[in-house]
Design a protein around this ligand. Structure first.
Ligand code: N01
Length: 539
């Protein structure tokens, strides 16, 4: 890539520096070019794709249907790209990301293998100074953090890990060359979305697979299938209305809500409705079937009972089934997973569940995992232990705003943003799908697109009105944070020990980070823009 030398505005190297070349970073670059702004992307990895570049473990698929997990901003792009599977596997999604980069000629403005370390505001010059490994400091009027929500794997922190003599893998940092587990004794630690997808494939190869489960998750069969050409043609014909429906839906994926309460219908009807989601592999649809499913303990219990029964149907050994059924966990407050043969995998002779809630891991030794009641000998260990989600990637960078305000101090008690888009005292610094926006509780691509377009519109407005800086008013930001909490507190989400709450990372503040409600959120963003950036100071 060329050095960061494009000179659009006097005194700065680049108008906009974008951090991250995932979906958000790539689309932001495209939008900046359309506005005639000079823009450069700094990307830590060697290629585009973000989380879809780093995650390449066996079995990885998206849990949003491929026809919707795609950009809508370019009609030709939408029509020319044809997804082959209902839930696309990682290689196809990564091909799509590369197609975006090539089609819009983005790579020439992306500097790869460049990890940003510091982003500091120079108040006197009203510009941002960006430092990255292996690069001279660069300056920009605007910075867009497109660093992703599931980027930084959380520290594993199990004593003795460094002693283990076998191979160690992490689902979020999988090697580019496929791993062959044939003839190996493999241990998988964790039973979230990543593990649930990887376990059936690893079990097919391994001599023996041990699954170390601390907290079981609920999972629905993905019912993945090849897409028929007639179906794809239909989707393409109806894309406009489909996308529009998604944009104003609660979770960004069209799905019906049948009644305000699960108790508005009789049990047989309720079961039929749950069946329609379960038997068609629709996790997001299940969450919105009834208005009170995510809000009332009693209502949620009906879904818990339903899913427990479906797990029992899939596991031959009743005692084992009971261990795989989440207990005291609300359906939907921890990510609902999709799987291909996950529960059935435990019917295999070469798979053993180790319930580490009852029999905890004491340490990792040279040859395996030492549990309280004995050692499990292993050749390979796979960590599917999750992420320091939503705030991890932002706080890994030394971000300082006006008056030297440090983001890590400002967020010491949990993230505080204005609509997940900006932070008070950090002028001209935007976040794509930041905490306080629907982000992970939505179709990510749709939410990324909405944020990029909001930011682009804002930059256009600033150009047209000759404004130099924008930042949220502290009071408006406080109101937004209160609103995010109010919405969350009207649901069961804050009662889950989940990564949405930061509960998976020791010491992380326990705060519900996303905003529930894709459609309502979009409307609020539109209102802010229409009211001349209400809640923001432009100068
Ligand atoms: O991570 P997770 P993930 N000792 O945090 C366990 C998205 N995603 O990578 O809950 C033992 O969900 C932990 O147990 P516990 C999706 O949004 C999407 O699976 O801490 N166990 C848990 O079981 C998803 O939600 C897709 O008790 C430890 C597991 O590890 C998000 O990414 C596919 C442990 C971590 O589960 C994260 O999913 C993949 C320890 N020290 C991911 N530390 C799709 O689109 C953690 N665990 C389908």
């Amino acid at each position: 890539m060329a050095e960061l030398s494009a000179k659009q505005s006097p005194g700065v190297d680049t108008d906009v520096i974008i951090v991250g070349a995932g979906w958000g970073g790539m689309y932001m670059l495209h939008q900046c070019r359309k506005l005639g702004l000079s823009a450069k992307v700094l990307e830590k990895g060697p290629s585009v794709g973000g989380t879809w570049y780093w995650n390449r473990y066996p079995g990885l698929r998206c849990d949003v249907e491929s026809t919707l997990y795609s950009f809508s901003f370019d009609h030709e792009l939408e029509q020319e790209w044809t997804w082959t599977e209902r839930y696309a596997a990682q290689p196809e999604i990564l091909r799509y990301a590369n197609h975006i980069a090539d089609r819009f000629d983005l790579r020439r403005d992306i500097r790869f293998n460049t990890a940003v370390t510091a982003v500091r505001y120079d108040e006197s010059k009203k510009l941002w100074r960006v430092s990255a490994e292996g690069m001279a400091e660069s300056t920009a009027r605007f910075v867009v953090m497109a660093t992703g929500c599931l980027t930084v794997p959380k520290d594993v922190n199990i004593p003795g890990l460094e002693q283990f003599k076998g191979a160690v893998y992490h689902t979020a940092r999988w090697p580019e060359t496929p791993v062959n587990f044939s003839g190996k004794r493999v241990g998988v630690i964790g039973t979230g979305s990543s593990a649930i997808q990887a376990i059936p494939i690893i079990a097919e190869q391994a001599k023996h697979l041990y699954v170390f489960q601390r907290t079981p998750s609920y999972s629905l069969p993905a019912k993945n299938r090849k897409l028929e050409s007639g179906f794809v043609a239909d989707v393409k014909r109806n894309y406009d209305s489909l996308r529009q429906e998604a944009r104003y839906h609660l979770v960004g994926i069209p799905a019906p809500t049948y009644a305000a309460s699960v108790f508005d219908v009789d049990e047989a009807t309720r079961t039929k409705i749950f069946d329609a989601c379960y038997d068609n592999g629709l996790p997001f649809a299940l969450m919105v079937t009834f208005g009170d499913l995510l809000a009332s303990e009693e209502a949620n219990q009906t879904a818990q009972d339903y899913l427990a029964r479906r797990i029992r149907e899939r596991v031959n050994d009743p005692e084992l089934a009971e261990q795989l059924i989440p207990k005291g966990q609300f359906v939907g407050t921890r990510r609902l997973c999709i799987d291909t043969g996950y529960y059935e995998t435990f019917n295999r002779d070469n798979v053993t569940l180790k319930n580490i809630a009852k029999n905890p891991i004491k340490s990792i030794t040279e040859t395996g995992v030492q549990l309280v009641d004995g050692q499990v000998d292993l050749d390979c260990l796979v960590f599917a232990t999750g992420y320091d989600a939503m705030t991890g990637a932002l706080l890994a960078i030394d971000i300082r705003g006006e008056g030297g305000a440090q983001l890590k101090d400002r967020w010491a008690a949990g993230p505080r943003t204005m609509m997940g888009l900006m932070m008070a005292d950090f002028p001209n610094l935007f976040t794509i799908t930041g905490p306080g926006s629907p982000s992970v509780l939505s179709n990510m691509v749709l939410s990324i697109e909405q944020h990029v377009e909001w930011i682009a519109e804002c930059l256009k407005h600033m150009q047209a009105s000759g404004k130099q800086t924008i930042e949220p008013l502290a009071e408006a930001q406080d109101q937004w944070v209160n609103h995010v909490n109010e919405v969350a507190n009207s649901t069961l989400f804050p009662r889950g020990n989940t990564w949405y709450m930061g509960a998976n990372v020791p010491g992380k503040p326990r705060v519900f980070m996303p905003y529930l409600g894709v459609g309502p959120y979009r409307t609020l963003c539109e209102e802010v823009t229409a009211a001349g950036y209400k809640g923001f100071a432009l100068s």
